[in-house]
Design a protein around this ligand. Structure first.
Ligand code: TXA
Ligand code: MG
Length: 331
């Protein structure tokens, strides 16, 4: 039976031992929960793909204790150094050229000459990396194509027996996967928006290209595949009212939302009406997004009507996840 264990020093050691022997451990990070393996062990990394049911061409982010350790695996350039010093540990993943002498499993790069690296800020993730003494390869701890987990319970629901052991570290503070920035070309390219916003990046390194659209074949970042973050219940975005049988995922004050045919949002049962942030705070909305989608997805609704979210700052990342989820369902 897969167990959810409190992250006591004993359990962190137990988890590190499991990783050392090639096993999998679901671990908390500040963004979402990850499904971790010893990044230097090919068999262990391979078992992540099987556990997630993930297409094997998808590369995996490798998590390091600090920038110095990451520099053993990838070649940093000046801009990457600067971003690492500003945003690590934190929700920023850098794609950099893989070093020839890197001891990281080639599977993490999935055939690319590059590697995605980040230093997570969650203390339990940091302690687990330290206890293992090696970097941890970890995609989000969910079945491929479903929502990323922001609580240990989500991991258990999505992966069940496949999760190995789950270390609990509370609700993920950011709630959205890390920003992914490809720094291998002349101009850095944002492949996935996240809590380190494009505005943050531009402020420090100037020009940043944005390439979020799905690419049909050979996508640079398979996270760009539209079918990536999909709940089972259809999503209706930028909703200005609610249809009968729908649930509402609100943002900001929702008192003027009406139900078609009569009624108001505020009269919906509590289970059918969740608010990402009544104050309209984008950070709070990001932290709640996946947990609320999970909750409404299990409510048996015809659809989830999602109110408009401003396309600025973290709103860009939230809208990115919502659009992918909605488009995936129309395919
Ligand atoms: O917040 C996060 O990043 C979480 C936590 C656990 O760290 N991890 C996560 O991993 O979201 P995953 O595998 O679900 O998403 C990683 C994204 C994928 O879209 C993957 O294709 C892309 O990063 N990626 C990884 N390595 C890459 C590479 N070398 N080149 C291009 N894209 C890469
Ligand atoms: Mg994922």
């Amino acid at each position: 039976m897969t167990a959810i264990l409190e992250a006591t020093p004993e359990n962190i050691q137990k988890a590190a031992d499991r990783l050392k022997s090639g096993g999998l451990v679901a671990l908390p990070t500040e963004t979402v929960y990850g499904l971790g393996a010893d990044a230097t062990n090919d068999r262990a990394v391979a078992s992540i793909f099987a556990a997630k049911g993930r297409p094997s061409f998808n590369p995996v982010i490798v998590h390091f204790k600090n920038k110095n350790d990451a520099a053993q695996a990838v070649e940093f350039n000046g801009q990457a150094e600067l971003l690492a010093s500003l945003f690590w540990p934190g929700p920023l993943t850098l794609i950099l050229p893989r070093r020839k002498d890197a001891n990281i499993s080639l599977l993490c790069s999935a055939g690319l000459p590059t590697l995605a690296v980040r230093c997570p800020a969650h203390p339990v993730a940091q302690q687990l990396i330290a206890a293992l003494g090696r970097p941890i390869a970890a995609p989000s701890a969910n079945k491929s194509g479903s929502l990323s987990p922001t609580t240990p319970q989500h991991v258990l629901q999505s992966l069940g027996e496949n999760a190995g052991l789950i270390l609990a570290g509370g609700k993920a503070a950011v709630g959205l996967e890390s920003t992914v920035l490809d720094m291998t070309g002349e101009i850095p390219v944002l492949l996935r928006p996240g809590a380190v916003t494009v505005e943050d990046l531009q402020q420090h390194i100037g020009k940043v290209a944005v390439e979020l659209e799905a690419v049909a074949d050979n996508p640079k970042s398979p996270g760009q595949l539209l079918k990536h973050y999909a709940p089972k219940t259809p999503l209706r975005l930028r909703a200005v009212d609610i249809k009968p049988g729908e649930a509402l995922l609100a943002f900001g004050p929702a008192r003027f939302m009406g139900v078609q045919g009569g009624g108001a949002a505020k009269d919906l049962p509590r289970s059918a009406h969740l608010n990402l942030s009544e104050q309209g705070d984008l950070n709070e909305a990001a932290a709640n997004l996946f947990a609320m989608l999970h909750q409404l997805d299990s409510g048996g609704f015809k659809a989830i009507a999602v109110m408009d979210i401003p396309e600025m700052g973290l709103g860009m990342a939230i809208n990115d996840r919502l659009r992918r989820a909605a488009v995936a369902q129309n395919q």
